[in-house]
Ligand binder design. Sequence first.
Ligand code: AGP
Length: 612
Amino acid sequence: MCGIIGYIGNKDAQSILIAGLKRLEYRGYDSSGIALILPDKKIIGIRKAPGKINILERLVKDKPLRGTAGIAHTRWATHGAPTQVNAHPHQDCRGRIAVVHNGIIENFETLKMQLIKEGHVFRSQTDTEVIVHLIEKFYKGVPLEAAVSAALKLLVGSFAIGVVSASEPDKLVGARLGSPLIIGVGEGENFLASDVPAVLGFTKEVVFLNENELAVLSKEKFRITTLGGKTVLRETTHINWDIDQAEKSGYEHFMLKEINEQPGILENLINSRIHTQSGQIFFREQNIPESKLQEIENIFIVACGTAYHAGMVAKYVLETLCQVSAQIDVSSEFRYRDLLIGPETLVVAISQSGETADTLAGVREAKRRGASVISICNVLGSTLTRESDGIIYIHAGPEIGVASTKAYTAQLTALYLFAFYLGQIRGVLSCAKVDKLLAELRKIPGYQSQILKQQNKIAALARKHSHLGSFLYLGRNLNYPSALEGALKLKEISYIPAEGYAAGEMKHGPIALIDEYRAVVCIAPASKVYDKMVSNIQEIRSRKGKIIAIATSGDKEIKELTREVIYVPKTEELFSPLLVVLPLQLMAYHIAVKRGCDVDQPRNLAKSVTVE
Ligand code: AGP
């Protein structure tokens, strides 16, 4: 998964491209590079470096490139180690064309062998390099975009690309199939980018490319066609994120900023989904007819990682409130199953980025089988949203930290609201019940703010345990997913082995792990399974396990069992996952900081996994 940015205009392209790359670093950061058209010499200048973007920045400061059109790339390696030679951009044999690419070319070996036979000289181990040599092969007496289109037709896999040529210095070409690409529309300048934050510092007007579309940009205008050459007319979208939203706003890390944004985001999300006069819940982009939703016989939730945990909570909520059978599977399993789904099924796809390859593949398979698909997504115009029958945007703003936090609670909130809406239109949830639930849901942002006021206490508790070699997280019912999410947060940013488990499973194995060298985080808010959680805690205590409890304010009993308790305000049991996750996020964050980990860009991870 990588980041692409291109610029064509009247300004110094190098500084604009580097600035844009920095805002894409969360998409991948093991190497990066830049290519500028040098108009005076009619050649292409290239600078590439392994490692983070600041290394490239130092390189171009020492050896600057002067030009007003170019492309740049930050990489998350899929084929070929993160080395200078494998970094993008890649050039043709004569160094007059340069390409940057995000995605995977599945048939690149066959193409490479054929191109080598035809005399092309390859420099890297990447799949991407076949693209630039194919363009070179077709670039004879035709415009650049025609050569690009001919080349892309031979590719099997996924791509978003940017292309420049020294022979046509006033042109930038971009195209996409399976990986996101947008156009940033400026005054006398235009941009290509993988994602919105890269261009926000320069323009708020963007155009989203759809699958199989190609764009030709000059500094004055742009045009879009299908890869087959059919003209496409597309409106620009005004992005209401300002650049600060994509910056840290004074916090040490994006993750901490995003944890603290949660109350405001949920408040806005709830308010934006309820008609002020009627009090009715509505979803602007939800285009599945109510009549269709009333006929649905079962629901299948599909997602990955944190989004999957949100889906697990939703499974309980949908079954309880909508009295409809709900299944869930991780996308990478769902897409390969012999699914018993069809027109009677509603598939709920949850994805922060809307670009996760496995979730997209699962949705495409579900649609092929006739199911209706609704997506719960954070990114405006992302691929998932453009392939769903209905969309519920969570409007959490850009989530830059690789570890998902605000998107998780926003996904949960959107799923609660959807369950209320679905229960009502299916006639199994009374208006009075919905009003009561909404009234309590509206209090959640305030409850979250109360928890965030305990950050110093939670940080101290986290630091005290940051030396431990492993953690076990236990929860039941609605908070079994909370245990999984807490464990995922810790492991992905601190690299400490951490397992989430259904507490009732303790006796079936995990209890063998309990000793004084391990912390056990027990999620035990007031609930119908509270007494069962207390029994688990007693079992752990008798084996000298270090217990950290998440409990409901006022709970004195838990204090008898462990001194280490983080309290959350009392709320409807149904909503407890929205509260208990905040201490888990903060614990993971402060442990990772204490251990000197790269919290926003953990090793081996990328923000959105757009490859299988
Ligand atoms: C969560 O902290 C991870 N970054 C990861 O598990 C993530 O939730 C998963 O890759 C799904 O991403 P998506 O929501 O963009 O589809």
